[in-house]
Write a protein that binds this ligand. Structure first.
Ligand SMILES: [Zn+2]
Ligand SMILES: [Zn+2]
Length: 361
């Protein structure tokens, strides 16, 4: 049989084959990735569009206007407060001046010096200015307080509008979630629709060509596809489903392997059968029941699988080959060749004289 003499090659060759198998698998994985990438880039639902169809446009406009008004008012309040601060500073300065003038007047009165007209005028001007300032300060305070009140009202109104918008947004969000989920499933099915047929083909080729010399190529192809499929399934299906898919896949693989090994034992494949027969013939044992094949010089000896090489075989004294049947199980072990009519091994494929081939069952 061909497979029995198959060369294993040097260490380097075997390493090269493994390395290139791996490389091929990586490249195939990559190519599959490109295929998948195009599917992934299909656009999903647009949230902005969905929201537009659910939320009242006027509410949004109202919210925006209110927002602008509040910002405007805030700016004005800051300006007014700044003005108020400046007026306050000015008032404090005037107050100091008036205090100094009063102090001077007091000193003058003690020394009986009268307040001059200029001094009197200065004092009056300062006092008027001070009172004016105070009035302005009060007015500014009132304005700021009015503005604050107005701002509070606006903010409250804006919050209410915001709440209304949020209420209208909820169905939009729900719809978006449903659409997104549907989109993801669609992507997953599209990807699997491409990957699964490839995987089926790969599995078929691997099973059918498992004894081919090009097996590593098919193996790389199958392994790369399988990894891609597992990754896609893992990405798109929730863990609770992925668990079942994974265990289902494992069950299938394990069951298939079990069936394979059971069948191998129950119905041995031809090459294994021939190998088993060959080893038995080499030890002069019946391939079926292991009873010694006692022909020629071994006619009066006895041996087993372990002792066969220790038995001293007497020299060949005019031994003639003849047909032989196992006395123990009745299997024909040496028979007449249908082609050259000499004696041949009954359970090996070829006649040792003419090479004629026969089918081994
Ligand atoms: Zn036998
Ligand atoms: Zn023959």
């Amino acid at each position: 049989m061909m497979t029995e003499v198959k060369s294993k090659g040097t260490w380097l060759h075997r390493f090269a084959i493994r390395f290139f198998t791996l490389l091929l698998a990586v490249l195939i994985f990559w190519v599959l990735g490109f295929l998948i990438e195009d599917i992934r880039s299909i656009r999903g639902p647009d949230y902005a569009a969905i929201e537009k169809s659910h939320v009242d446009k006027n509410l949004i406009a109202k919210r925006d206007t209110l927002e602008k008004q509040v910002a405007n008012l805030t700016r004005q309040i800051v300006n007014q407060t700044e003005k108020q601060r400046v007026v306050g500073d000015s008032s404090r300065n005037l107050q100091q001046t008036i205090n100094q003038l009063l102090e001077l007047q007091k000193l003058g009165m003690q020394k009986n010096i009268a307040f001059s007209d200029t001094e009197q005028a200065n004092f009056t001007t300062s006092l008027n200015l001070f009172l004016d300032n105070q009035k302005k300060y009060q007015e500014l305070s009132q304005t700021v307080s009015d503005m604050l009140e107005k701002k509070q009202g606006l903010v409250q109104e804006k919050d209410q509008t915001e709440q209304q918008i949020d209420k209208q947004r909820q169905p939009a969000r729900d719809e978006y979630n449903i659409l997104s989920q549907r989109h993801r499933l669609k992507l997953a099915f599209l990807q699997l629709a491409i990957l699964l047929p490839i995987l089926v083909v790969a599995a078929g080729v691997i099973i059918r060509k498992r004894s081919s010399i090009y097996f590593p190529i098919y193996l790389a192809f199958g392994a790369a596809t399988l990894v891609k499929v597992v990754l896609v399934v893992h990405e798109y299906f929730p863990i609770k489903y992925f668990k079942y898919i994974l265990i289902g896949g494992l069950l299938l693989v394990v069951a298939r392997l079990l069936v394979y090994f059971i069948r191998t034992i129950a119905f041995p494949r031809k090459q294994w059968l021939v190998r088993q027969y060959r080893e038995a013939y080499e030890r002069f044992l019946c391939p079926v029941c292991e009873y010694p094949i006692r022909i020629g010089p071994r006619r009066f000896l006895f041996w087993t699988r372990r002792t066969v090489n220790k038995v001293v075989v007497p020299g060949n004294r005019g031994y003639q080959e003849e047909q032989y049947t196992c006395p123990s199980c009745g299997s024909g072990l040496f028979e007449e060749c249908s082609s050259c009519h000499k004696v041949r091994h009954a359970m090996l494929p070829n006649c040792s004289y003419c090479g004629a081939e026969k089918e081994i069952k």
